[in-house]
Design a protein. Structure first.
Ligand SMILES: Nc1nc2c(ncn2[C@@H]2O[C@H](COP(=O)(O)OP(=O)(O)OP(=O)(O)O)[C@@H](O)[C@H]2O)c(=O)[nH]1
Length: 597
């Protein structure tokens, strides 16, 4: 029901709740209150959700039948409702303690739900890399526990995150693949609510790819679905995002209309987050239209700026207010708002840092660099603005403000361009030109890192050498171009079957290296079979279908003996040689040096 019509789901739980109350059936009352709270959270109705949760807590306190399971479900539903309302660091601490309590009780469905609290918290704070890992974990646990709504929403999130994760180049096609996968999982279910979310997230991906026109159309589609369902938060979200796209496309008048329709909806619901977004859009659109009555929009915007709204959003609102004040000629106030926006940006980055510490992820380098760059940018901006303000009076300040902003934008563009260019060059230096896979240097570095990790933590890890069989014959009979297409086909097959943390690269010629952390030799026959069938299913230009080309594989276990990469590759090479000698098209595995294979 949550997938199709959460409002309908809420009504249904309410009816059941009334009956359970009349029958004094405390257990059913408890579950119906949790169900109602969850639906209200989905509908972004924080007030109603808080009411149901408070009632559930009161019930639990006086009910002798209450056990740890009830407490944990209440804690998890509460945490889900609190995403965006309490600081992320606090929420992550709660996630950790819920997990600690749930694991010994063996509650996979609850653990999956706890993972989804973590996902939303990470998405909210903009920690995309960790959010990606969390969404992948949820897709797996939801599929295992048969939790379709969690599974589809995890896949949808993967789509919307796919352009924002480090090391992935934003590509609409890739995001669309995830959305298509989510739709395929919904199959023939009506799932109007989930479909509206998919449209909405697809709009986001198109916007990230700088296609505001297409993005607007998808936001409008999401809006129409939400209107059909009477989902007020969905309607407001669709209006705001469609409005933002209209503004980007220069249609500030329509953007203003959209924002103004969203405002009363969210005021009535007390939805602080969307309210802030609507005010921001009103201000931006009016500023773009150079309307002097923007003055009247400033005060309500300031009232909507609540402490529980994430600092990154508050920073954007402060920025919009600064621009409106500048339009009105109130330069001193504009300057103060700009400074406040900078402070809020700083807070937002601190929040991200704290969350990451809790995640115990080894991604500190990237986070630190981000913080340093932003800090540097902030200091430059503030220093320039302060200098200009002292030197000239109010009027001169405004001119200076404009100039400083232009300079800053120019500098940021240069820095970003330079950074992109360097990143492209660095990527090229690590990529194999023909297959697009990591090249020899990159795959060896990845293998080295995984070996060190496996040896340090004594975790399993497998290295496998793959060599295409009779490749020379393919070249000789069908030509070099067909040989190249075979190499590309293997790369394509690997993308279909390997997991995101497996690494596959080309060592040279027709030889490839596969690194599989977290797996043992016993898993290798299955990996070999999967790769083998995916490879034979790929069409190769110049060869019949199926192409009939095969490969051999030699795999070794990293073990704890402290063997170097070259020693491991040497053993894998021997195993590969055995596979070739035994007739090819097969796998040979070898255990650690100390243990017999
Ligand atoms: N098309 C193409 N061929 C390549 C490339 N790099 C290496 N080769 C060819 O790959 C062939 C390797 O052949 P061999 O090492 O004799 O091995 P094989 O024919 O695969 O036989 P087995 O490994 O014993 O099954 C040589 O003919 C190389 O010229 C490439 O980038 N493209």
């Amino acid at each position: 029901m949550a997938l199709d019509d959460p409002q309908g789901g809420l009504d249904w739980s309410q009816q059941k709740l009334a009956k359970a109350r009349a029958a004094q059936d405390v257990e059913t009352q408890f579950w119906m209150l949790l169900g109602s709270a969850r639906m209200a959270t989905t509908l972004e109705d924080a007030q109603r959700s808080a009411g149901y949760l408070a009632e559930a807590r009161r019930l639990l306190a006086t009910w002798p039948g209450a056990g740890p399971m009830h407490r944990l479900w209440l804690g998890t539903t509460q945490a889900l409702a609190d995403v965006r309302l309490v600081p992320t660091v606090e929420l992550m601490a709660r996630v950790l303690s819920l997990r600690r309590e749930a694991v010994p009780l063996g509650m996979p469905d609850l653990l999956c739900e706890v993972d989804s609290v973590e996902l939303w918290a990470l998405v909210d704070v903009g920690n995309n890399d960790d959010a990606w890992a969390a969404a992948e974990a949820i897709e797996r646990c939801a599929a295992e526990t048969g939790y379709l709504d969690l599974e589809v929403s995890a896949i949808t999130q993967l789509g919307s995150l796919s352009g924002r994760v480090s090391g992935k180049v934003p590509a609409v096609g890739q995001a669309e693949d995830y959305f298509q996968r989510a739709l395929a999982r919904l199959d023939k279910l009506p799932a109007r609510f989930q479909r509206s979310l998919i449209e909405f997230e697809l709009g986001g991906a198109l916007n990230a790819a700088r296609l505001p026109g297409s993005a607007r159309d998808h936001f409008l589609r999401a809006l129409a679905l939400s209107q059909d369902l009477g989902d007020k938060a969905g309607v407001a979200a669709g209006q705001i995002r469609a409005g933002e796209m209209m503004l980007l496309m220069g249609d500030a008048e329509s953007a203003l209309q959209m924002a103004r329709s969203a405002l009363p909806l969210m005021e009535a619901q007390g939805n602080q987050l969307r309210l802030t977004a609507a005010h921001m859009l009103v201000l931006k659109a009016m500023t773009a239209l150079k309307r002097p009555d923007v003055a009247a929009a400033l005060e309500p915007a300031r009232r909507a700026d609540a402490a529980n709204v994430p600092p990154a959003r508050r920073a954007e609102l402060a920025q919009a207010m600064a621009e409106a004040l500048a339009l009105l000629g109130q330069h001193a106030r504009a300057y103060a708002e700009l400074q406040r926006a900078n402070q809020l940006r700083g807070q937002s980055l601190e929040g991200q840092r704290d969350t990451q510490m809790l995640r115990l992820q080894a991604r500190y380098e990237t986070a630190r660099r981000d913080v340093e760059t932003t800090e540097l940018r902030r200091q430059t901006e503030t220093a320039q603005l302060a200098l200009q303000a002292r030197e000239a009076g109010q009027r001169a300040l405004w001119t200076a403000l404009g100039a400083a902003c232009l300079l800053l934008v120019g500098a940021v563009v240069m820095v970003v361009r330079g950074w992109r260019h360097r990143r492209q060059l660095a990527e090229l230096a690590l990529r194999d030109e023909l297959t697009g896979l990591p090249n020899r240097r990159a795959i060896r570095a990845a293998a080295q890192a995984q070996i060190e990790q496996a040896q340090r933590w004594q975790g399993p890890c497998v290295l496998a050498l793959i060599d295409i069989d009779h490749f020379k014959q393919v070249n000789d009979v069908h030509g070099h171009a067909t040989g190249d297409a075979v190499l590309k086909a293997l790369a394509k097959a690997s993308a279909h079957v390997l997991r995101s943390h497996d690494r596959f690269g080309r060592l040279g010629g027709e030889e490839f290296l596969l690194v599989i952390p977290g797996s043992a030799l016993a898993d290798m026959p299955a990996v070999f079979d999967r790769l083998r069938s995916a490879f034979s299913a790929v069409e190769v230009l110049g060869l019949p279908v199926p192409h009939g080309v095969r490969f051999s594989m030699g795999a070794v276990d990293v073990g704890t003996e402290g063997e170097s990469l070259d020693q491991l590759l040497d053993r894998a090479d021997h195993a590969l040689y055995e596979a070739k000698a035994a007739g090819r098209d097969q796998l040979v595995v070898r255990g650690p040096v100390s243990a017999p294979a």
